[in-house]
Design a protein around this ligand. Sequence first.
Ligand code: NAP
Length: 387
Amino acid sequence: MVARKRTAATTSKRSPGPRPKLAGTRRSRPRTALGAPAVASGRRIGVAVLGATGTVGQRFIQLLESHPWFEVAEVMASDQSAGKPYDEAVGNRWKLPTPIPDAVRRLRVKGPKERLASRLLFSALDASVAGELEEHYARAGHLVSSNARNHRMDPLVPLVIPEINRDHLDLLEEQPYGEGGIVTNPNCSTIVLAMALAPLHQRFGVESVIVTTFQATSGAGYPGVPSLDILGNVVPFVAGEEPKMESETQKILGRRNGKGIEPAPFPVSAQCHRVPVIDGHLEAVSLKLRSPASRKQLADTLATFRPLSKLGLPSAPREPITVRTEDDRPQPRLDADRERGMGITLGRLRPCPVLQWKFEALGHNTIRGAAGAAILNAEILLRDGRI
Ligand code: NAP
């Protein structure tokens, strides 16, 4: 048994064999009301970013620069980056409009499986290596908050959007990693769909869903899709995306039972497209509900969905879902950055002659759909006393 909830009892007892000394492990420190002594004392917790040089890794570095609870203490990437200062390893691949933070610029990039001191690791590793490396670090006692797809559908790994299914974090207690563990956030297009469906499913019950995506090129990492394939074009295929949207949505909206997660029973049919947009995934959604609802009831249910509003989590959007009434919103360029990239924007809510209702939903793929989602997951872990 495992990454259990760290109560005073569990933090003081066990020593499961030799481990690196992990900064941020609080076996002997008392919990505060927040479950986070370091936070209460104003001290930031040192964290590591795995895959720190990539598209999502850079977002972690940017978002954590001014984070009140976490600060980047270590960065890790492939052998080609290992040993170099971070700014040299990233080189001209740094594509964000803000500069590399001074505190990270000179950090030496660590290599795969190199020992890390931080207890909390954010993973933006390429999927070809994330599976093995995340398990390696979880076994070594680290808590990994991952973006990669590899462990999302593992029965004992929580696939979490804190607004929807934070109770799934209890699965950490059943993982075979001693004091370590793995928590995942959904694929960047799934998170937009799941956020839009969750309040409707909770109140009216979703019966079936059809979704068509228009996905930004930053979702493919760097250098991603060749410019000659995507400029002035639409590519009607995003490898692996459709099955991910269909199964991850059911897991997130599923229920905890004695054996794990029972997936939500409704079918999801996804068609995914890559479009020449830099950031922001737009999705056209049609759905059928179990109980009848008016347009006003749907709009009110979506707009008042604020399950985290009292928890004081730094990355939680004040307004998780904004419902727009204009005919031509949401748009990636105008709406993806809402709530510092953590908000979902929904519009064109109207009757569907085939199912019942249809709308457009939009979210920032590398913030709400990746780095920001993993940071929010870590905030809820810390708040719940699990770090
Ligand atoms: P990316 O730009 O290609 O970056 C991949 C990162 O993985 C780089 O830091 C790279 O380091 C590192 N890496 C590659 N091989 C490695 C190895 N053998 N050992 C250690 N590190 C290695 O990819 P990305 O778009 O940021 O995506 C990262 C992860 O997030 C993927 O699993 C992806 O599916 C997921 N994701 C991406 C998005 C998105 O919108 N982009 C959204 C949700 C989830 P080097 O620079 O040293 O090669």
